[in-house]
Design a protein around this ligand. Structure first.
Ligand code: ATP
Length: 214
């Protein structure tokens, strides 16, 4: 039987309850067989180089332990430079059955920037797009996406069929937490408890991550 697989990319520096709760809710709503968190190689312009890809990956792995619907996929970290989404999708597709459904999760803002992505017109050959909308979002799509939206939108998750090619929306109120906030708390010696899973916090402390330089 065809599987339903979601993919959710991020720097996860560190992974936090906003990512995890959002992922779990989507996995349930869309009845995914699995939702894969895919840590991205950090683009060179991002800071805090003391946190390695290996540490970010280890934290995501600890975070999803015991939650069967959430998995971790490290393929972008196995490459030596940041991956284009199209590369990740092609690499995933090469491993999946042809009729498996693949859903790429992305926020509304990222979706609006789609026409700037590398080989963006090919993305829908490999996956469905699952666009996460905030209730307060400005929902005017750019001109370049209007025809695509008119042709490909489907607002009933149950009615999505086929392995790829449709655009579906999910409404989510994100928890007010960000990785930036967590890094700042830790750098100033404050607690990040309850913003990240305890196992992630223990890893951060054991490995001395996100501390202000002495
Ligand atoms: P930073 O503060 O370092 O920019 P971040 O907390 O936004 O990081 P990322 O790893 O950049 O985390 O985000 C990965 C994905 O998770 C993005 O699509 C982002 O929109 C989403 N995301 C981030 N924070 C939340 C949240 N609180 N609730 C739901 N989704 C979130």
């Amino acid at each position: 039987m065809a599987r339903r697989i979601g993919i959710f990319g991020g720097t996860f520096d560190p992974v936090h309850i906003g990512h995890l709760r959002g992922a779990l809710e989507i996995a349930e709503e869309f009845q995914f067989d699995e939702l894969r968190l895919i840590p991205s190689a950090r683009p060179p312009h991002r800071d805090t180089p003391q946190v390695s890809a290996a540490d970010r990956l280890a934290m995501v792995e600890l975070a999803v332990q015991g939650e069967a619907s959430l998995r971790v996929d490290d393929r972008e970290l196995r490459r030596d430079k940041p991956s284009y989404s199209i590369d990740t999708l092609e690499s995933l597709r090469a491993e999946l059955d042809a009729d498996d459904q693949l859903f790429l999760l992305l926020g509304w803002d990222a979706f609006c920037g789609l026409p700037t992505w590398h080989r963006w017109a090919e993305l829908l050959e490999h996956c469905h797009l699952l666009v996460l909308q905030r209730p307060d979002a400005d929902s005017e799509a750019p001109e370049a996406l209007r025809d695509l939206l008119a042709a490909r939108s489907n607002n009933d998750p149950q009615a999505i069929d086929g392995p790829a090619g449709q655009i579906v929306f999910a409404w989510q109120t994100p928890l007010a937490v960000s990785a930036t906030q967590i890094r700042q708390l830790l750098a100033s010696g404050r607690s990040a408890r309850f913003l990240v899973p305890d196992a992630v916090l223990a890893y951060i402390h054991t490995h001395g991550l996100y501390r202000a330089p002495n």
